[in-house]
Design a protein around this ligand. Structure first.
Ligand SMILES: Nc1ncnc2c1ncn2[C@@H]1O[C@H](COP(=O)(O)OP(=O)(O)OP(=O)(O)O)[C@@H](O)[C@H]1O
Ligand SMILES: [Mg+2]
Length: 468
């Protein structure tokens, strides 16, 4: 044990942040020193150095990235924690490439910050960043919601590693995009990224697809074939829809992962490969394990790092950003002017459930670019399938089916909260948003549409904390 208290230096132009951090770190038994700007910090660094540095990214004068570059070139190998309000994937990864240890988006939790400092101090010296920044284009991932920030942080944190990652999330939530980002921000970025959707290939062919085969291994095997595992050598193999693999193949996959070698179908020579595996599924793999549909040992091998891509309805604040991005994209594809979205139409789209998640939104943007007559998409332009029109309960069995599925899944997962306590507020919120959108924000009219008095509507909006 080190008898000396940890010495932490904080660089942030925001006095409130410095104060909060100093209090918290000192409360945890550390000593601190704070700097309002990077320059005095550089000067101090010439005389003395701390155990851990916490720095803001955006500051007047030299910024946090400059702080990291200086620390890096000092050769001290100091761990750095980067805090920033402008949390996006690129700056996260840029920060890690510069040798940072952790990434903390503002507003942060004080306890989390203290825990990060401990971790950073324990990790101690890090090897200098000498891998080149990948030149490949990063597919643009949009997300300011906390759940997406968590995804970005994990991608950043993994940018120097080749660990196995399991990505789970509903269909259309961006699992493949995450897999690509992981690869592009890894030391293997310049090596192959090989994707294989295990459900897209007939079960009898899947084995040879994965491991290749020798000539004559089976009827129709006219020549030798190199499988996906070999193609991905030194790179990344993305195994999509892993939850649907047959038990026999699960066993083989487990062996390859454990031993790093395999045989081609009909082959005698073991083949050694160095492959990073990223797996994805929209199934609940833990449940599949409980029901003996998925091997537990394979599950643990794949589930080294787990990334969950959140459903769009749980990050509604990102809907306007996504609409803006994909309406532009659709306009570019179609050679048209990008459409704007009127506020009542936006309210409808924000309130929509998006069962197909971002993929459904991408398609909706294409469709609306073609079908909306004016330069601005109106509520009346939104089709029933996207929550517009005159959907009646009886006319939308999808609606109640979806609800029944949801209830069933919660019971299945043993979620504690009573069904109605969770569902009723959501139900009311959806109806209120829709009525308000229709009524162009006029509460009197919206209340009439809902069948409530105006006061009830006002009270409900307050109780449900609806942000309109
Ligand atoms: N965060 C995001 N920002 C921007 N676009 C996104 C985001 N997430 C997903 N998309 C887009 O949504 C579409 C679906 O994404 P993707 O194919 O990665 O989903 P998935 O989870 O793999 O779905 P499935 O389970 O159906 O295979 C793609 O066009 C992708 O570019
Ligand atoms: Mg996919």
């Amino acid at each position: 044990m080190n008898a000396q208290p940890l010495n932490v230096w904080v660089v942030d132009d925001d006095a409130a942040v410095r104060w909060v951090l100093e209090k918290a770190l000192q409360g945890a038994g550390m000593t601190t020193r704070s700097f309002e700007h990077a320059e005095p910090f550089f000067a101090a660094l010439r005389e003395q150095h701390p155990d851990v540095v916490v720095t803001d990214v955006r500051m007047p004068g030299a910024d946090g990235l400059e702080v990291m570059r200086r620390i890096e070139s000092s050769g001290l190998g100091l761990p750095v924690i980067v805090i920033t309000a402008h949390a996006d994937l690129d700056s996260a990864v840029a920060a890690y490439r510069g040798g940072a240890f952790e990434y903390l988006p503002k507003p942060f939790d004080v306890d989390e910050a203290v825990a990060l400092v401990w971790r950073a101090a324990r990790a101690g010296l890090r090897p200098a960043a000498n891998e080149p920044v990948p030149s490949a284009v990063i597919p643009q991932m949009i997300g300011q919601a906390p759940a997406m920030q968590e995804v970005f942080r994990t991608i950043g944190r993994l940018s120097r590693s080749s660990m196995t990652v399991l990505i789970t999330g509903e269909s259309g939530t961006g699992k493949e995009l995450v897999a690509q980002a992981l690869h592009q921000h890894s030391p293997r970025a310049t090596k192959p990224f090989v994707a294989l959707n295990t459900t897209a290939i007939a079960a009898e062919l899947l084995e040879s697809e994965l491991f290749g085969h020798e000539r004559g291994a089976f009827t129709g095997a006219d020549s030798r074939r190199v499988g996906r595992f070999e193609q991905a050598h030194t790179g990344t193999l993305f195994l999509d829809e892993i939850g649907d693999m047959s038990p026999a193949l699960q066993t083989r996959l487990l062996r390859v992962l454990a031993e790093g070698e395999f045989y081609r179908v009909g082959g005698q020579q073991p083949i050694r490969v160095d492959v990073r595996v990223i797996a994805a599924t929209n199934q609940d793999l833990a449940a599949a394990v409980r029901e003996s549909r998925f091997r537990e040992d394979l599950f643990h091998r794949l589930n080294v790092i787990h990334i969950v891509t959140p459903p769009l309805r749980e990050r509604r604040e990102d809907i306007p950003l996504l609409l803006d991005h994909y309406l532009r994209e659709a306009a570019r594809e179609l050679g048209a002017e990008p459409k704007a979205v009127a506020s009542d139409a936006l309210a409808l789209l924000r309130g929509f459930e998006w069962p197909g998640n971002v993929r459904q939104l991408v398609n909706a943007c294409r469709r609306l670019t073609v079908t909306a007559p004016g330069p601005e998409i109106q509520a009346a332009d939104i089709p029933e399938e996207l929550g517009g029109g005159t959907a009646t309960l009886a006319g939308s069995p999808e609606w109640s089916n979806g609800l029944a599925r949801w209830a069933d899944q919660r019971l299945e997962r043993g979620v504690d909260q009573p069904l109605l306590a969770t569902a009723l507020p959501e139900f009311e919120k959806a109806l209120i948003r829709t009525a308000l959108a229709r009524a162009h924000g006029q509460r009197q009219e919206a209340a009439r549409l809902l069948g409530w008095g105006r006061n009830t509507l006002t009270r409900k909006i307050r109780e449900l904390q609806l942000d309109l």
